[in-house]
Design a binder for this molecule. Structure first.
Ligand code: SF4
Length: 463
């Protein structure tokens, strides 16, 4: 089998995007920089770009998410935005006193042809900056979604800080764009397995802060840059990034530039993928699996046995970022509800191929939509008899127009509270997801079964 065997939707190619299924590229870059200690970000573009990115992040994380802007307008669009960007960096240094400044381009600055590397290098020379790292990352939104922005910024950060260093025993762990609760879930497993690590980017605290009284312009937390500098001395890199394009892959960069072996794993969601992660860690420590993880694995298996009879009626549509979509497809398929529609706003060269072995035993092959929007997803869902959706808040359109309930996971969650606290990884996170998925199907069933039974009876009696 090859990826061409996954069905594509019939009909004409769409020319417009109606209720998009992805967000913009620099937005993903912002999230990566928020996972670095003492970092601040500047969006090199118009005010509107940073306002949109702030709003999307604040609605999801329910935290203040500061993003500075070089505030380009008509004049700079014609004559260049160098002076504005330099002024923006001056202001950020004065107001935030950061140790790291990420500068992300936007559609506008890229279309203008701004030479970001040159502007930043000139600025550093002119102002004689020595104790602040300024990291430019090109993120034109017309060449990728927030997923690519996240990977590009993570790779850019590592490429900036990583230096040849002595060998040590701390492993590198690179995550895709997951929730702060998921980051904490992964760190918990690493802690239980007694593994030392450098996790990049770690926004588990910066974008999900405990109540602490006074507002802090740059919240505590994030990966320390000194640790990133030492990543080339690590024994290996684990990257949860099977769908990550090689050109953007931080783990691939460390392998190619510094010879750090890369183990690319699926996001540890579901029994199989979590086993893979735990076994990889076990191989490093030669230790036993802690009782707590064995118990959690057992509870998950028990929950799978309990819920499979309900899940058999599930006809899900799974949508969102490729790495999360891949993890979700594996999880629902292993739990008796293979998806009938799979969709992503991102076009990913790897997703279709990765899905083929996962769906090999599935008779009713799902439709795969990439670079898609919710108008196309709704059309495919209606044709395939979808009865449950799994993904971010964009799926609310499916509920509004088709009555399809949404199990919320991913980014953004802007119509519910607690998006940052949704845990889906590890045995415990998978169990939490599975309960939510099964209960959503049960809720739909119990909301309509009396009416359906009555309807059937009336048909039988010829009323
Ligand atoms: S103009 Fe481009 S970079 Fe700015 S918000 Fe829109 S998609 Fe994002």
């Amino acid at each position: 089998m090859d990826c061409s065997e996954l069905p594509k939707p019939a009909g004409k190619a769409r020319q417009v995007n109606e209720n998009q299924c992805q967000m913009c590229m620099p937005l993903g870059g912002v999230i990566a920089f928020k996972g670095i200690e003492n970092a601040m970000v500047i969006s090199h573009g118009s005010q509107g770009c940073s306002t949109y990115m702030r709003l999307a992040n604040v609605e999801h994380f329910n935290e203040p998410v500061d993003i500075a802007s070089s505030s380009l307008n008509e004049k700079q669009t014609i004559y260049g935005g160098e002076a504005n960007l330099k002024k923006a960096i001056d202001n950020v240094l004065r107001v935030y006193n950061p140790k790291v400044i990420g500068v992300l381009t936007t559609c506008l600055s890229e279309t203008m042809g701004e030479d970001l590397d040159r502007i930043v290098a000139t600025y550093i020379q002119e102002r004689q900056i020595e104790d602040v790292d300024i990291v430019p990352v090109p993120t034109p939104s017309y060449s990728g979604s927030h997923t690519e922005g996240f990977w590009a910024a993570t790779r850019g950060i590592i490429a900036h800080f990583a230096k040849p260093t002595e060998k040590h025993t701390r492993i590198n762990l690179i995550i895709p764009h997951i929730s702060p609760a998921d980051i904490r879930g992964i760190k918990r497993i690493l802690g239980l397995m007694d593994v030392e690590y450098t996790l990049v980017p770690d926004y588990s605290l910066t974008l999900d802060r405990p109540y602490g009284g006074r507002y802090q312009k740059i919240p505590p937390g994030g990966t320390k840059t000194e640790e990133i500098t030492r990543m080339p001395g690590a024994p290996l890199t684990i990257q949860f990034g099977l769908t990550c394009p090689d050109a953007l892959s931080p783990g691939r960069f460390l392998e190619e530039q510094f010879g750090v072996p890369l183990i690319n794993l699926p996001l540890p969601m579901g029994i199989e993928a979590t086993d893979q992660f735990v076994e990889t860690l076990q191989g490093l420590t030669s230790g036993t699996v802690p009782d707590q993880l064995t118990l959690e694995r057992g509870w998950l298996l028990d929950a799978m046995a309990d819920s499979h009879k309900y899940n058999a009626v599930g006809r899900p549509v799974i949508y969102g970022e490729p790495e999360i979509v891949y993890a979700l497809v594996r999880t629902v398929t292993a739990n008796g509800a293979p998806p009938v529609v799979i969709a992503s706003g991102t076009k990913n060269s790897k997703l279709a191929g990765l899905l083929v072995p996962v769906l090999a035993e599935v008779d009713d092959k799902p439709i795969l939509l990439e670079e898609t929007d919710f108008a196309a997803i709704e059309e495919a869902a209606a044709g395939a008899g979808v009865n449950v959706a799994v993904g971010h808040s964009g799926g609310k359109f499916l509920t509004e127009s088709r009555g399809i309930p949404v199990v919320r996971v991913g980014f953004p969650i802007h119509d519910r509270t607690g998006g940052q606290r949704i845990l889906s990884v590890g045995y415990a996170g998978t169990l939490a997801f599975l309960d939510r998925f099964t209960n959503t199907l049960l809720e739909a069933k119990y909301a309509s079964y009396r009416a359906q039974a009555k309807e059937k009876m009336m048909i039988r009696e010829g009323c």
